[in-house]
Design a protein around this ligand. Structure first.
Ligand code: DX5
Ligand code: ZN
Length: 227
């Protein structure tokens, strides 16, 4: 296994999401990342349950749903029912992370905890062994096309240490501001899955951009320390 690429359709043309999914599928994407925002946890409103269901009808790839919403426990069943293969909820969004993570698993999806740039990694300490995914934000969530936060590779290394120490097999998904220039270093630092929105969908040639991000990520993968 090598690095996985998860294009975020947040930066795609919402009037042609099916075309966007087909394009990145043909270019070798591994997952489709779906950014759900509620205008409360983050200052933007995007995709909801019916759109996830529509994407599930056209996508042969797993839908990786990133919930940037308050009270995620109210909605995880519906998102899994709509076809999410994985659901990540923010550690900042619920006082009952353990319950929500287990609910996602009971519903038959992979369960992830997402964490904002300023939240101490220790928030993952107890739940780490039970996670399928840790989604580390490398921007403040809410919008596509933001600038990568510079301290992220160091944070990735510390996250890796935490997961190893806690015996967690969770995949590390890195989300925000990832492009071809960043991909190698973040994979070397511990990212297993690269989310990329603007770097793919705002590129003149999205398929070529995806392949370039993958090639850079694969170079980083070969330089990862053995675990
Ligand atoms: C930000 C979202 C990200 C974002 C990634 O709130 O969670 O998934 O869409 O897009 P880029 O790659 O444009 O930062
Ligand atoms: Zn996201």
């Amino acid at each position: 296994m090598s690095v996985r690429i998860a294009p975020s359709v947040l930066s795609a043309d919402f009037a042609a999401l099916g075309d966007a999914v087909r394009l990145v599928t043909g270019a070798g994407a591994d997952w489709i990342h779906v950014d759900v925002m509620d205008g409360r946890f983050v200052p933007n409103i995007t995709i909801g349950i019916p759109v996830v269901a529509a994407l599930a009808r056209v996508s042969a790839l797993p839908l990786d749903v990133h919930l940037m919403i308050v009270e995620p426990d109210r909605y995880v069943d519906a998102f899994v029912g709509a076809g999410a293969a994985s659901v990540s909820v923010h550690v900042e969004a619920t006082p009952h992370l353990h319950r929500v993570i287990h609910r996602i698993k009971e519903q038959g999806a992979q369960a992830g905890a997402a964490i904002n740039p300023a939240t101490p990694l220790v928030a993952l300490e107890e739940i780490a062994p039970e996670l399928d995914i840790v989604l580390l934000m490398s921007v403040n969530p809410g919008f596509g096309g933001q600038t990568f936060i510079e301290g992220t590779p160091d944070r990735l290394r510390r996250l890796r240490d935490l997961l190893d120490r806690r015996g967690s097999a969770a995949l590390v998904v890195l989300d925000g501001g990832v492009d071809e220039q960043r991909a190698e270093a973040v994979v070397e630092s511990g990212a297993d899955v690269l989310v990329a929105g603007a770097a793919i969908f705002a590129a003149a040639n999205p398929a070529a951009a995806l392949r370039a991000i993958r090639a850079a990520g694969e170079r980083g993968w070969t330089r990862r320390p053995a675990r």
